[in-house]
Structures are given as structure tokens and as C-alpha cells.
Design a binder for this molecule. Structure first.
Ligand SMILES: *Cc1c(COP(=O)(O)O)cnc(C)c1O
Length: 438
């Protein structure tokens, strides 16, 4: 009875058209559904260039014709009949079921991320760590081996070093640039490989193509954490990776508002390996957060390109500045893996690492003198942020492990934002002056 009234109030939409549903597939522009002539007029969405696709890919309007993507802030969905509910559960009917499994707004973002990445399928997760942990836990079982690069985001390191061994998984860390060590670790069968390039926080660049070749010989699924390069500047799937993970909290939201994560890969792996795990363990993104990110992804290219231009300028400035021992930026010729970076990335991206004189004291004096650039452990934000990894994000690592990763006490990670580069340089001069006055 109630549902009849609601159907009448909603008119055509509820009674008639069934919203298109399949999660995370690339969809034609919805206008193509209007009429046969509109269908023939409509250019193939894949013929659009990347900036256009950041705005249009995966867009599915409701019959109300809203300009902005609709936000479906709903936990569940109702069925017209018991038969439709039954069919939804057997899979014979295409209908949203429950937002832990799928939701029109999150599906919209999944389709757009698939398009951006060139992936067949995507599952969004509540956070970036949700993406990394699901991508690994969905596939491993006791007795498996997992090989990972040593230089990982702190929580990723914890999952490999602490969590997986608890479940009977053998884990092996390798120095990312040591190809002999990769070869050795992958001379025996392995279930998965996890790597990050450029790495956090010192921006090591790893040879993704070569590691994928070795990993595949060992039967491993390669998971690449592509946060630092962003989907714009590095395409791990084209380099041979099987799965790409993101913290969407970083450049994809990019404005410090919401947490989110994404796992992308081929449809078979996502549907058969990952999705049963995420559906049943509940690591789902809120449709509200997905909607926020649908808005921010429209400007991803504008923001990340401008931040990268700033990063390149700031890195050049720091390289010649007094009190700065060393600068690491994948876009600079003096980066230890510059040639490799040039081969597998199309730009240096938004992060710069540098080391100041005076160890921890020097780093603290430098950071405390900044007036524009904020001290924070986040990154990829429109605001410029600096971090002292040795005492924050990487404090839990043993000192020898930090030394091995090149995280000295004077090292600072700089996530370069959208401010005017001259203002950023003026602020860095404050830090440099304070270093000189110590
Ligand atoms: C931030 C980050 C993560 C974790 O993402 P959250 O959204 O904070 O959970 C994982 N990997 C890298 C490289 C990151 O920068």
C-alpha cells in the first residue's frame, strides 16, 4: 500500500525505467538512451580526451535530468515484488540490493575511476588502507608467500610485517631497487607482490615492469599502490601490474575532506577474488564520500598538474638553497632513478623530499619557522603540507630500518599544494633563514 503511494508520487521513474545497474563497468552517455536519433548522434564516450572523461565518464543521470551526479544516501533498496527480491538475490534481476554491496553513487565513481585507470573493474573502500588490506587479504591463505618492497606507507608496512604473518602468511621485504633481491625472493612461488612507486616518503622509483615479470613467473598477483604518482602520471596496469590501489583521500579528494580508497583490476579478479571479500567484510565507501569525490575528480587534472608544476619549481629552489643537504624529486635529473622515472611516469608528481642540515633539530627548526605551509601527515592536498617522517609516519620503524630507507633525522616530506609557488618559496626561505640562525 505505502509502496503504491510512493510509486505514484515518484511517477514515471519508480514505475517505469529501471536505473542501469551493473557496478563498475564503463557506460555509454545516458543521453544515448533517450531516442534512436540521439543514440546515433552521440559520440563514443571513449573518443573523448582525458580532461573531458574526468567530468563525464560513467555519468548516469536519473530521469530527473540533474546536472550534478545524484547522491543516493540510502543504505538499502526496495523491490516491487517478492519475485524481484528473489531474482535480485539469485542474480537473475539487475537491481541494487544493499549499499554494502553497491550503490548508484559509488558505482558512478567506480566507473569514472575505471575509465581513468584503464581498468575493467573497481571496488571502492572506506579508506586507502581498506583498499590495500582488502587487496591482500582477499587473496592470501595460510602457507602463502607475499613479497613486498621495503619502502611502504607506514600502515602498509604493518600489514605485511605484522598482520599477514599472524594468519600464517610468510612475508619477505625487498629493497625496491635491488633486482637481485627481487629475483631471489621470487624464485619460489608467491601469492602476491605489493609495491609502491614512487615510495613514501623518500620517493624511490621502482622498476614496475621488471618486478611484474619476475612476479608473474612466481605466479604472484602484483598490487601497486599508485598514490604518489596519481592515476594521471603512471599507469601500472600498462606496465604489467594486475591490481592498482589508491587512497582516494589523497589527490582524488585532494581537499582534505573525506577518506576513501579504491582497488582496480580485471573484472574476473575483482568479481571472483575481491568482491566476495569486501561485500562480506563490510569495507565499503559511504555514498556521501563517493559523491564528494565525484565532484573533486572533475578537477583532478587541473589540481594535480598545477601542484606538480609547483613541486618542480620548489624542488629546483631547494636544490640550490643553503642548509639543504639533498633533494629527492622524480622529475629532477639528480634523482637516483631519474631515467626509470622518465620511462614509467609522465611527470614528477606533487611530492618532494629533502634533507636539512642539523638532523632532527634542524628539521624541527625549519618546520616551525614556516608560516604558510602546514605541518601535517596528510598529502596530496590543495594545501601545502610538510611531515617529519622519522618522528611521525615512520616513528614505529626501528632506527636501522629507517636508515635503510634513507629516512634520516633531517628528512622532510613536502606535499606541494596549489598556492602560488612564489609564496611557497618565500615560506621555505623562512625555514632556511631559521636553519642559518640556529
Ligand atoms: C595515505 C596512503 C595510504 C592509506 O590511505 P588512507 O586513506 O589514509 O587509509 C596508503 N598508501 C599510501 C601511499 C598513502 O599515501
Amino acid at each position: 500500500m505505502v509502496s503504491t503511494v510512493v510509486n505514484r508520487l515518484l511517477g514515471e521513474w519508480a514505475a517505469g525505467t529501471e536505473p542501469a545497474l551493473a557496478p563498475a563497468r564503463i557506460h555509454a552517455h545516458p543521453r544515448s538512451q533517450e531516442s534512436p536519433s540521439a543514440m546515433t548522434d552521440q559520440p563514443d564516450p571513449k573518443s573523448f580526451r582525458p580532461a573531458t572523461r574526468l567530468i563525464n565518464a560513467g555519468l548516469e543521470r536519473t530521469p530527473y535530468g540533474e546536472t550534478s551526479e545524484a547522491m543516493f544516501l540510502t543504505s538499502g533498496f526496495v523491490y516491487d515484488s517478492a519475485e524481484q527480491a528473489e531474482g535480485t538475490f539469485t542474480g537473475d534481476v539487475s537491481h541494487y540490493q544493499y549499499s554494502r554491496f553497491g550503490n548508484p553513487t559509488t558505482s558512478n565513481l567506480e566507473r569514472r575511476l575505471c575509465d581513468l585507470e584503464g581498468a575493467e573493474a573497481c571496488v571502492l573502500t572506506a579508506t586507502g588502507m581498506g583498499a590495500v588490506s582488502s587487496a591482500l587479504l582477499a587473496q592470501v591463505r595460510a602457507g602463502d608467500r607475499v613479497v613486498a618492497s621495503r619502502a611502504l606507507f607506514g600502515s602498509c608496512h604493518w600489514i605485511v610485517a605484522e598482520l599477514l604473518p599472524r594468519y600464517g602468511v610468510e612475508t619477505i621485504f625487498v629493497d625496491g631497487g635491488d633486482m637481485a633481491a627481487w629475483k631471489d625472493a621470487l624464485s619460489k612461488p608467491a601469492r602476491a607482490v605489493l609495491l609502491e612507486s614512487p615510495s613514501n616518503p623518500m620517493l624511490d622509483v621502482l622498476d614496475i615492469r621488471m618486478i611484474c615479470e619476475l612476479a608473474h613467473k612466481a605466479g604472484a598477483t602484483v598490487v601497486v599502490d599508485n598514490v604518489f604518482a596519481t592515476p594521471l602520471y603512471q599507469k601500472p596496469l600498462e606496465l604489467g601490474a594486475d591490481v592498482v590501489v589508491y587512497s582516494c583521500t589523497k589527490h582524488i579528494d585532494g581537499q582534505g575532506r573525506v577518506l576513501g580508497g579504491a582497488v582496480l583490476g580485471n573484472a574476473k579478479w575483482i568479481d571472483e577474488v575481491l568482491r566476495p571479500f569486501t561485500r562480506n567484510t563490510g569495507n565499503s565507501l559511504s555514498p556521501f564520500n563517493a559523491w564528494v569525490m565525484l565532484k573533486s575528480i572533475e578537477t583532478l587534472g587541473l589540481r594535480v598538474n598545477a601542484m606538480t608544476q609547483n613541486a618542480a619549481r620548489v624542488a629546483d629552489f631547494l636544490a640550490d638553497a643553503p642548509g639543504i643537504v639533498r633533494v629527492f624529486y622524480p622529475g629532477r635529473k639528480d634523482h637516483p632513478q631519474y631515467e626509470l622515472a622518465k620511462k614509467q611516469m609522465s611527470a614528477g608528481s606533487t611530492l618532494v623530499a629533502f634533507e636539512v642540515e642539523g638532523g632532527k633539530e634542524g628539521a624541527f627548526v625549519f618546520m616551525n619557522a614556516l608560516r604558510l605551509i602546514s605541518i601535517s601527515n596528510n598529502l596530496g592536498d590543495a594545501r601545502s603540507l610538510v611531515t617529519h617522517p622519522a618522528t611521525t609516519t615512520h616513528m614505529k620503524l626501528a632506527p636501522e630500518e629507517r636508515a635503510r630507507l634513507g629516512i634520516t633525522d633531517g628528512a622532510i616530506r613536502f606535499s606541494v599544494g596549489l598556492e602560488d609557488a612564489d609564496d611557497l618559496i618565500d615560506d621555505l626561505k623562512r625555514g632556511i633563514a631559521a636553519l642559518g640562525n640556529r
